[in-house]
Design a protein around this ligand. Structure first.
Ligand code: 13P
Ligand code: SF4
Length: 324
């Protein structure tokens, strides 16, 4: 039996700590429409941890880090998937659901890492290092994944690198993630020069200032941050790992060296934790709004398509990762 849709008043109760009452009326109408459209179109919304709270907590069906979104995308039972996140995430969902309609509300939601490398760059790396396996971060286009032996996310990168049993691996395209993994393994890592425009801006000086201003603060960092930042933090992990850390350790005061919406989304679940908020916005993630999610469902736009020859090879690299 299909249950009643949640009321927007009950949804507001969930997010009232992070969305001021004056902003809510601007969201309520779109939320109501999106909940009805999801039912009408048998659609689900997958949202990344960097989506704003009115998306993450009020309309999303499945939320998580890149790894969780890829894993859960494999089990989706719906005709339509709306990916509230960036383009590579929508492509990954399409790779794993070739028969379903996958929509991205704004196809311009890119990623500086995905933009840092092309398929021909990967072929050149293979020529330069013959026989060395290529591990590609999911933050890449399908065409780049198609040239790779296996994909990884920040949540499983160490396990993936070590699973190959090779003395050396090429790890593309995030230089800092590669360096942060190299610090934890004996496998020699050959990196690329890609950077996340959000995480590269954090510095060890930011952490010193925070520790001076908030004695006892717990500092969590994403592994896309430079290695000096990760070294100065108390813990580094994927967006899901940071969220789990807060749930397990319940620090009195914490800062997440990552995208701004993460703190809002985690704060909703942990009213007793004080979140200190220097953070950096990801302009690509922020292109997704309730208004364009609604338009995506109303107008069936923008449909994600991948060249079948590319898709077959890229799917193999993603699926191989999911079975490690
Ligand atoms: P996660 O896999 O940790 O969610 O990271 C994705 C991302 O784009 C971080 O910038
Ligand atoms: Fe890409 Fe960085 Fe934005 Fe993540 S936060 S989507 S890595 S630009």
């Amino acid at each position: 039996m299909i249950g009643a849709l949640p009321t927007t008043a009950s949804l507001y109760e969930r997010v009232r700590r992070v969305i001021p009452p004056i902003e809510w009326p601007a969201f309520a109408d779109d939320i109501e429409a999106i909940l009805a459209l999801k039912r009408k179109r048998n659609a689900v919304i997958l949202a990344h941890n960097y989506q704003t709270p009115e998306i993450f907590h009020c309309v999303a069906d499945i939320v998580g880090d890149s790894l969780a979104l890829a894993r859960k995308a494999m089990t989706v039972d719906a005709d339509v998937i709306v990916l509230a996140g960036v383009h590579f995430m929508a492509e990954t969902a399409k790779l794993l659901n070739p028969g379903k309609t996958v929509l991205i509300p704004d196809p311009g939601a890119g990623c500086s890492l995905a933009d840092s490398i092309t398929a021909s760059d990967v072929r050149l790396m293979r020529q330069r290092y013959p026989g060395v396996p290529v591990v590609t971060y999911v933050n890449t286009a399908a065409a780049v994944k198609a040239e790779s032996d296996i994909c990884c996310t920040s949540g499983n990168a160490l396990a993936i690198v070590e699973s190959l049993g090779a003395p050396r691996v090429i790890m593309l395209p995030d230089e800092y993630l590669a360096q942060n993994i190299a610090a934890q393994t004996d496998v020699q890592i050959i990196a690329w020069k890609g950077h996340c425009e959000v995480h590269e801006r954090f510095s060890p000086a930011d952490i010193s200032e925070l520790r001076q201003g908030h004695p006892g603060i717990t500092v969590l960092a994403h592994p896309e941050c430079p290695p000096e930042v990760v070294a100065a933090a108390d813990f580094a992990g994927s967006t899901a790992a940071m969220s789990d850390y807060v749930g397990r350790h319940k620090p009195a005061r914490v800062v997440l060296m990552t995208e701004c919406s993460m703190s809002d989304n985690v704060a909703v679940e942990h009213p007793d934790v004080d979140f200190v908020r220097p953070c950096n916005l990801c302009p690509h993630m922020k292109r997704i709004t309730l208004a364009n999610i609604r338009a995506a469902l109303e107008e069936n736009r923008h449909v994600v398509t991948i060249d079948p020859a590319v898709a077959e090879r890229a799917r193999w690299a993603v699926e191989r990762m999911l079975f490690v």
